[in-house]
Design a protein around this ligand. Structure first.
Ligand code: FMN
Length: 202
């Protein structure tokens, strides 16, 4: 529990992992998707956009999620090299904001994660040209049927356009709700091999 006048706790990845673990103990009827976060990207004209994705890994290297590299978000992440993440766990009265540069996960890690997904999701990853307009009603279903035929009797390999992004954080902010809106905001800014900390006015 954050106290207003407590020192900023150790390092931010461990702090994030502890909070996520706490969120994951909340019953699913109260918090169905503890790993869900808002992912902000920006296009070449500086226009931001945001959508929800699921966190699939976090360690000292950064935050991992999976998607279609040719989707709107995928193209924007590749072009700008930057991402913003926002987690909100209402029952903990916690918000975590992450900003950083974007890298890719290793092919073998993406293959392993893809192999762990349900077959329907694997088929969908091939069939969905994510973020593109559907020209005719039934096109998606037809593409699903086509992929099912292609992989009939065999395991579904990972599509080349589907993989994980690694967000390498250079700023992480922990927000903890407090009475009278005097919330605590602890910011960690990457500083060489370590982190510089600041506490912000709420
Ligand atoms: C709870 C939830 C979890 C989602 N998880 C993912 C995900 O992990 N990866 C993904 O590509 N899309 C996920 N989506 C769908 C995205 O929000 C989005 O609709 C899709 O990726 C297309 O976004 P884009 O057109 O901006 O690229 C999720 C949606 C919700 C509501």
């Amino acid at each position: 529990m954050t106290d207003r006048n407590s020192e900023i706790q150790d390092e931010p990845i461990a702090r994030f992992q502890r909070l996520l673990a706490e969120a994951q103990t909340i019953p699913s009827d109260k918090l169905p998707e503890p790993t869900a976060f808002s992912l902000g990207t920006v296009d070449a004209g500086g226009n931001p956009s945001v959508r929800i994705v699921l966190l699939k890994g976090v360690d000292e290297r950064g935050f991992v999620f999976y998607t279609n590299y040719e989707s709107r978000k995928g193209r924007e992440l590749l072009a700008s090299g930057r991402a913003a993440l926002c987690f909100h766990w209402q029952l903990l009265e916690v918000q975590v904001r992450v900003e950083g540069s974007v890298g890719s996960v290793r092919d073998e890690d993406a293959d392993a994660y893809f192999a762990s997904r349900a077959r329907g999701s694997q088929i969908g990853a091939w069939a969905s040209i994510q973020s593109r307009p559907i020209e005719h009603t039934g096109d998606l279903e037809a593409r699903v049927a086509q992929v099912e035929r292609r992989f009939e009797g065999q395991s579904v390999t990972r599509p080349p356009h589907w993989s994980g992004f690694l967000v390498i954080p250079d700023r992480i902010e922990f927000w903890k709700g407090m009475p009278s809106r005097l919330h605590v905001r602890d910011v960690y800014l990457r500083d060489g091999d370590g982190w510089k900390t600041q506490r912000l006015y709420p």
